[in-house]
Design a protein around this ligand. Structure first.
Ligand code: ZN
Length: 285
């Protein structure tokens, strides 16, 4: 693979470095907005992953975040950004088509398309997580292979209050187990780091001050192993989840997600979500 990504200095939403041998670290760098994800951040993130994959000296990729919170989710202030300005990587098209067509294509490209691609990167990935992870924030954490979080980390997907089934990368039952997935979705509550650990949703819980060092120590430990062995181990686990129907379940939920968006648009004068939902979420935050 040829590295065609722009120089790191061209990126405004992410940073890239190699903090220890054989380990690339990509850092969400929009702390002033709690690392809310606009399309530009998602695009730069994808380019940064490609850079790490293309570098033969890199065996493990860490995804970290600046600031108090890992990510507050999608940047809802961004309305229909210009898709022509972005290098798309999937096979979707007609992003500005009316009805369900254009919006579904956008979310297929920018949300589940990217998440599924990152989940299948050929090198092990580790999310290094602190503070709040809300809705779309989970869509960056869950595609990673391992999750190390600080004891102040919380995880929530409160978007049922917006009249949809959950965020677009609907793998909740695979990541949290069916029972906890329903609890998270029905109540919208944030689960803490230790509850997440108890349910196997994260691998390690560490003190906030130790998050970086513990993550890099784990990455370095893994990076001593041969690249191909790691790639094959990852692929074998991923294939096992797919044998359990993960991809089909994801696509099924995405279809229902767009039934919900279309329902809301008809019912609420063009809104993709129930307009009373954000207040419910704010009241319970
Ligand atoms: Zn959506």
């Amino acid at each position: 693979m040829t590295d065609t990504t722009p120089e790191t200095t061209d990126w405004t939403r992410v940073r890239y470095d190699v903090p220890v041998e054989r380990v690339a670290r990509i850092t969400l760098a929009r702390p002033e907005a709690a690392n809310a994800q606009d399309y530009l951040m998602l695009t730069e993130l994808n380019q940064a992953f490609d850079r790490a994959i293309a570098d033969e000296d890199i065996r493990v990729i860490v995804l970290a975040a600046d600031g108090k919170h890992f990510s507050s989710g999608h940047d809802l202030g961004e309305i229909n950004p210009d898709m022509d300005a972005l290098p798309t990587i999937g096979t979707q098209c007609h992003f500005d088509a009316p009805g369900a067509e254009g919006y579904m294509a956008r979310e297929a490209e920018m949300y589940i398309g990217l998440c599924w691609r990152w989940r299948n990167l050929s090198k092990p990935t580790i999310a290094s997580v602190q503070g709040k992870v809300i809705a779309g924030g989970l869509m960056l954490v869950w595609p990673m292979d391992l999750i190390v979080c600080s004891d102040d980390a919380t995880f929530s997907d409160p978007v049922v209050a917006l009249g949809v089934n959950g965020h677009e990368y609907f793998v909740h039952p695979y990541e949290a187990g069916a029972r906890l997935a329903k609890d998270m979705l029905f109540t919208g509550r944030a689960i803490g780091a230790h509850e997440a650990l108890q349910h196997g949703m994260v691998n390690r819980v560490v003190a906030r001050d130790d998050l970086e060092s513990e993550t890099l120590a784990l990455a370095s430990h893994i990076a001593r192993r041969p690249m191909f062995g790691l790639t094959l181990a990852k692929q074998s686990v991923n294939n096992s989840q797919e044998a359990m129907g993960m991809y089909t379940a994801l696509q099924s939920a995405f279809g229902l997600h767009h039934v919900a968006h279309s329902h809301n648009r008809l019912k609420f004068d063009g809104w993709f979500i129930d307009p009373e939902g954000p207040q419910i979420i704010r009241d319970e935050a």
